[in-house]
Design a protein around this ligand. Sequence first.
Ligand code: SF4
Length: 1017
Amino acid sequence: MALGRREFLKGAGTCVGGASAIALGFAPPKAFAQETRQYKLLRAKETRNNCTYCSVGCGLLMYSLGDGAKNAKPSIFHIEGDPDHPVSRGSLCPKGAGLVDFIHSDGRLHYPSYRAPGSKEWTRISWEEATDRIARLLKDDRDKNFIEKNEKGETVNRWLSTGMLASSAASNETGLLDFKFARSMGMLALDCQARLCHGPTVSALAPTLGRGAMTNNWVDIKNANVVLIMGGNPAEAHPVGFKWVMEAKIRNGAKVMVVDPRFNRSAAVADFYAPIRAGSDGAFLLGVINYLLTHDQIQHEYVRSYTNAPFVVREDFSFHEGLFSGYDAEKRSYDKSSWAYERDAQGYAVVDPTLQNPRCVINLLRQHAARYTPEVVAQLTGTPEKDFLHVCETLAATSAPDLTSTILFALGWTHHTNGTQIIRTAAMIQLLLGNVGMAGGGLNALRGHSNIQGYTDLGLLSLRLPGYMNLPKDSQQTLESYMQAVVPHADEPGQVNYWHNTPKFFVSLMKTLWGEHATPTNNWGYDWLPKWDRSYDMLAYFEMMHQGKVNGYIAQGFNPLAAMPDKNRIRESLSKLRFLVTMDPLDTETSNFWQNEGTYNDVKPEDIQTEVFRLPASCFAEENGSIVNSARWLQWHFEGAKPPGDAWNDGHIIGTIFTKLRALYAKEGGAYPEPVLNMQWNYRAPEDPTPEEVAKEANGYALADITDDKGKVVVRRGELLPDFAVMKDDGSTASFCWIFAGSWTQAGNQMARRDNTDTGLGTTPGWAWAWPANRRILYNRASLDVQGRPWDPKRQIIAWDGERWGGADVPDYPLTSPPNSGVGPYIMHSEGVGLLFAGGDKLVDGPFPEHYEPTETPVLSSALGKTALRNPAARFYADEKPRMGNPTEYPYVATTYSITELFRHWTKHSRINAIMQPEQFVEIGDKLAGKLGINAGDMVRVSSHRGYIEAKAVVTKRLKRLSVMGKDLDQVGVPCHWGFKGAARKGYLANTLTPGIGDANSQTPEFKAFLVNVEKV
Ligand code: SF4
């Protein structure tokens, strides 16, 4: 039902509004509050949970009623913030405060339903019918299309004609089952929301720092002296996490700076705002690097000791005209052999601690960044030069060892064809300033969905395995060849080089996957893993679907019609499927892609032959399990009520289909049944595994007594592993995800811990559990100098006591390696240091970052005077080329974004959120509006070369006209939340406008910079 604000207030009186006001923290006077609470919560059951929307992971108290009698189901009637939660401290933003309306949304699905080919309607079916039919469809398609050998005769064991999208709001335990389900069948087209969200964060931060995650945590933001918010808008998208920015500002005197195309809500409370052209962030940040190096404002000792600045690069590495050495224009890719260090006689990298060698990384970087002068930056970005210089000067001040800046970013950086390089540049700035590893420093990648971090950790991406290991490729035919390729050799003597432990993590994974079937003689079941020839990420797979090469697709908690770029083409792709299975609490646009919704979805159902199964799933409030917040905290939550009607938990759905599929293979045989039948699925109820048994499996067990170097038994057979340090590569340990080892130990469920004691600087190691090893600030050894003295005694988080490292946080370092041992703090890198130059295979488009224009850009010749204007290594399908627009027809730059009251396409199903933002709008700068004769409230059409949307115009000064390369440029803001399903008024899917091209390294689509035209309707 669609309700307007006025109708709602008339119908609801003050009741719902009052409850939500309390949840938002606007408590009424005390006496009234006490009376209301006692009455309202009397006999209620309290259950703890976490908000299902963004990755701040706010704590919730859910109240339900139900007397426990048979058939009397508890129902959740009130949700408020958990005052004990160290991040949210009782607060909820408008999304979290509206969660009751999400749980009880009219859009919740109660029964499985089916849409026959060509039909215009849904019909109700039983779970038995649905799961029987889906298991049969999966098996038939797999049997027909399974590929055992490639054209070279290599064993590949993959199935490409059916794929799966996994949710990023479901629990880790569901994610583990998803992985086993999909990979046992040989699916390579397994992806999750991370592909559409923070993929570039991982592909940027891992090569630069060693891990692809947020380095610090929400509360730690309060320790910063400077906060740069760029590529994100946390005041709107992560409102409760943003309180720690305000804390830094109010209590720490921090200077908060926002650089964004819009003067957004973060900017409204910042100390400084600079506008920027959407898509030019890379040029801005390279300009900052140039400023820091030319003004010599870097943390010298940190840079010399903790980065690869002194490493010497090979003579044949070069950069000309926007291209690095080794470029093959035909293949649009690089031969990266020259992106490497000089080697000495022992094979170690040559290092010049004096930094005098002109081939030292720092000298090459200086030369590389020198082109990004303030004048060039201003021309490319539209940011006034004085504003740019202000940002540079403010950041540069934190090169002092006792000052830190932190950088907060989100999708404003990831959603670009150049996203990885943008984020990498930011990480390099922080290395140059000596801000990584410090309290109040780091790169705070603000994740989107509540468990997108967990699903990334669990390897639910086309070419990944759990714990950031890679799935083997075709050429890695043996376990030995795989290990040779993935285990890094030592670049420097004496470094931790933690990935040398990969065999232990890999074999422990294989023991979890195949159980007793994984033995040394069959290389732990290595052949049962599918091998890849290329990426089957979402963009690639929907391209295959459009070509008619895909038969089946499963979308679990995912709405690709609304989430993928170029909606009209996505709809055409889905129309070519034989079957689509959706598993979701809500009635999504994707499950209804075949329905005619007039101008919002103009299709002929009778022409669409896809059969669709719409399976109702539980939501966050109706399950136990863990999710991982942005700061890597695994937080356990509890079921407060049963799902509505006949909806099932995701694990129950996956477990039932998989059990039926296995039964079919056991009975009938079929294509390569071994991995399906050998997959370890030994749960007490195989069709409905419990979250607790799955969580323990993710942590891992000892399969034999584990001894230390001296032969002493440290873990007994059958016990849960205490951490990943005890893992073995001889089959005596099993762990699904090595970085989760320690989350559920013999001492119990560490994820459910609730000790919020602050051990210093806002660190709360007793609350939940963070990977890896419960560390809250990554690379924290870099907060002290080589001798072990803190750069800033006021923010010391770890210390050496003469024998071991300890302190407020868990040291991210070997506990007994003393100061001056020469062991570097970046323990995941073979060099032991942070990488300003990331050579080898780490990145596809260059070991140094470079600014390239978005695919659709108003800039046709660069101020950098180079020939490679756009990213030369970005993948570009031939069919996409005709769908790209030019600045003559589409003269304005558009960017999509989120607003505070709504979360992606879910909250429009929640009545209170739909009331707060009932109708689609776009933002247009006042100068552009004046030029086009558009007034506030007029309907406008925004069109790209791929389609159009129509929405109300918000005319604003928030979007300034910029001067880019000597010409005026106007930008258009397109919030992304509406669609043709939900409680809000029907609207257009904003992704109708956006181009189907992705970041060169991660294939995360470009949603933040594209060309449009605007007309008054
Ligand atoms: S949406 Fe994010 S900030 Fe808002 S309540 Fe949920 S977790 Fe907290």
